[in-house]
Design a binder for this molecule. Structure first.
Ligand code: PLP
Length: 405
């Protein structure tokens, strides 16, 4: 058998980045403390490097206070931390116009998307307008928009919801169908950067091309922040929403970045109370850490491991891969698979397979992954990778999957 191009690329990336990866993996206490286990569920939440754990400890033991209220040094330091982290988020996202944009801290992607839906979208929409929603993506990026439609309908403003078209074989959006579906009344599109089940990069530049220059694009970047470079300047989107905990910060942290160039200004309404200052401290350090590690290298590493896993699974008769059947290597013009590979065994129930895999030390997700109603009908097993995962873990997983026949 001759090695496929993606296999060759995967091997090259793994060899080239091996030393870099070993040094970074060593910085995750929960990973090094459990050598018998393989954590393969980073799409659910990512593990934290020591630098992030230390930053939280330092903040809570040297400057813990409320933000934007007191005038004594700890309070001033906390206020500065919150403001500096806003700037840090803009910089991390390669913000083309940081003077104009806004960053709002949330408890995660779900709250971020819901805040845009509740506080901003109703100002944009008029009777007869259309919105496109990604019906086979995560529920967090579907429900809030349907709630807005209902809320507006009660006020006599009727908004048409257009389901995002998909290419079934790959899980990518169908950009051609999107272009014919949308028209001058299509004001808002909710999209996802990396699909949480199929692992594909959803080619947001093609969404922009299909829609033209005026529609607002709200990007759910829950699965891309920390996994690959995310450039607001290149993507030409209006909102970027993410969860801190999936980007190596603490649970309960996250942000909305609002470009403030199309539609009304984003000013989340109401009294928002005390911010999650320890979470914000963790986010600032997590972004520093990820930038120093290099999100381009993290992408190459996880894409290479995912390619190895996809290629291995393709040769195992008993398994069906969801989304792209091939690994679509990093240089693919079509749809590179990021570090998420989801599959089913043709005879073993996915829930049971999850238990079997844990008996071999593998922690995977096995259910329907909170996918919208237009998604998969039956459960599956999802392996989601980060930079602390290794080739040895992937090969051991393939060997266990193979042994299950
Ligand atoms: N969007 C996507 C694509 C996700 O994968 C997830 C979580 O898995 C979310 C949104 C929701 O994130 P959170 O639960 O952190 O709010």
């Amino acid at each position: 058998m001759t090695a496929s191009k993606s296999h060759t690329q995967a091997v090259a990336a793994i060899e080239e980045l091996g030393e870099w990866q070993r040094a970074l993996r060593a910085q995750f206490p929960i990973i090094t403390g459990h050598p018998e286990l393989a954590y393969l569920d980073s799409a659910a939440t990512a593990q934290k490097p020591k630098a992030v754990l230390d930053a939280v400890q330092t903040y809570l033991t040297t400057a813990n206070a409320n933000a934007g209220r007191g005038t004594y040094p700890w309070a001033n330091r906390t206020t500065a931390l919150v403001e500096e982290t806003r700037d840090r988020v803009k910089q991390f996202l390669d913000d083309p116009d940081p003077e104009q944009s806004a960053v709002h801290f949330t408890s995660g992607a779900t709250e971020g998307l819901r805040t845009i839906a509740r506080d901003w979208l109703p100002q944009l929409l008029a009777d007869g307008d259309e919105i496109v929603i990604p019906v086979a993506d995560h529920q967090a990026n579907i429900e809030p928009w349907l709630e807005v439609r209902q809320q507006l309908a009660r006020q006599g403003v009727h908004v048409r919801v257009l389901p995002m078209p998909y290419q079934r074989a790959s899980g990518d959006y169908d950009h051609t169908a999107m272009a014919s579906l949308s028209g001058p009344r299509t004001r808002f599109v909710a999209a996802t950067h990396v699909h949480h089940v199929y692992g594909g990069n959803m080619n947001i530049h093609r969404v922009r091309r299909a829609l033209g220059p005026d529609a607002v694009i709200c990007l759910d970047a829950a699965q891309s922040i920390g996994h690959l470079p995310v450039s607001a300047a290149e993507l030409d989107v209006d909102f970027i929403v993410f969860s801190g905990h999936k980007a190596m910060a603490l649970p309960g942290s996250g942000a909305v970045w609002a470009r403030q160039a199309r539609g009304p200004a984003f000013t989340p309404g109401g009294w928002s109370g005390t911010p999650n200052t320890a979470g914000i401290a963790s986010l600032a350090t997590a972004l520093d850490w990820l930038e120093a590690a290099g999100t381009d290298r993290i992408e190459r590493w996880t894409v290479a491991l995912a390619a190895r896993l996809t290629d291995g699974l393709r040769h195992l008769e008993a398994y069906e891969i969801l989304g792209c059947q091939t690994s679509l290597a990093a240089d693919s013009p079509v749809q590179p698979r990021q570090g998420i590979v989801t599959f089913r065994h043709r005879d073993i129930d996915s829930g049971d397979l999850g238990f079997v895999l844990f008996s071999h030390g593998f922690m995977v997700r096995s259910d329907s992954h909170c996918q919208g109603n237009a998604g998969e009908r039956t459960g599956s097993v999802r392996v989601s990778l980060h930079l602390y995962n290794t080739l040895e873990e992937v090969d051991r997983l393939l060997s266990v999957l193979n042994s299950l026949g």
